[in-house]
Write a protein that binds this ligand. Structure first.
Ligand code: URA
Length: 242
């Protein structure tokens, strides 16, 4: 059971005080009857709550796929740069956080959620969740690089990077590649290319485990994950029952 004002605020209708105003204005119904009392107790699985005529279903966790643009920091607060939360107007941003980090100049797939257990499971080093990146690299990427990436590169940490799958899309003065890694070390892709004497000039994350960037999302746009996407992520994280 949960108070009606908290229910609506949690689902992104507005702040608790905004929600109280909406209630006063008669914009909310419970089981088809107008309801003005913020303290009205709601049974999440049974009562039908509508706001401005639209059903509002209570979900404990929110999951958003965000197409991170360059120039945005993977943080929820920053005094200088735009953060991921600055792009989520209209969404319930309450307690949402990014799962993992992308550099400020990296674009692409970022999962935002408030599901702490899933976040921890997906980031756990032992879980080896695959992340695939597209990169444009200065210099010719070669078959020799593929072998070195597959063996596990020394990138200056205590341990070499885990073997990674490098695919060359084109090779020349600038090369285009796909790289799949199973770790999430700081600047990992850039440092792997630096270890073979090359510089990443553009980087975009395409997938994380079973989750693939929806290419209809332009940089800065987001959408809710589908039920299937959530289930697939939970299966990888081993948090199905939670
Ligand atoms: N590797 C990097 O170097 N940067 C990122 O943002 C992600 C992976």
């Amino acid at each position: 059971m949960i108070r009606l004002d908290k229910y609506l605020a949690d689902m992104g209708a507005g702040t608790r005080s905004e929600v109280k105003q909406y209630l006063k204005k008669g914009l909310v119904t419970v089981n088809g009857q107008p309801e003005k009392r913020p303290e009205r107790k709601i049974e999440e699985r049974e009562d039908a709550v509508c706001f401005r005529g639209e059903p509002v279903v209570y979900a404990r966790y929110a999951y958003l796929m965000f197409h991170k643009p360059a120039g945005c920091v993977t943080a929820t607060r920053d005094s200088v740069h735009k953060t991921v939360l600055d792009y989520l107007e209209g969404a319930s941003v309450k307690e949402l956080f990014p799962v993992g980090r992308l550099d400020i100049d990296t674009e692409g797939l970022l999962l935002l959620t408030n599901d702490g257990p899933l976040c921890h499971a997906l980031l756990a080093p032992g879980r080896h969740v695959e992340k695939t990146y597209f990169a444009r690299v200065e210099g010719a990427v070669t078959e020799a690089d593929i072998l070195r990436f597959a063996e596990g590169l020394d990138i200056g940490d205590d341990k070499p990077a885990a073997p990674a799958d490098l695919r060359i899309l084109s090779s020349g003065e600038f090369s285009e590649i796909l790289l799949t890694i199973t770790e999430g070390r700081f600047h990992q892709v850039k440092r792997m290319f630096a270890a073979v004497g090359k510089r990443v000039v553009y980087l975009k994350r395409l997938s994380m485990g079973p989750l693939h960037l929806d290419e209809t999302l332009r940089p800065g746009e987001y959408r809710a994950l589908t039920e299937q996407e959530i289930a697939a992520l939970k299966a990888v994280g081993g948090t199905e029952g939670q």
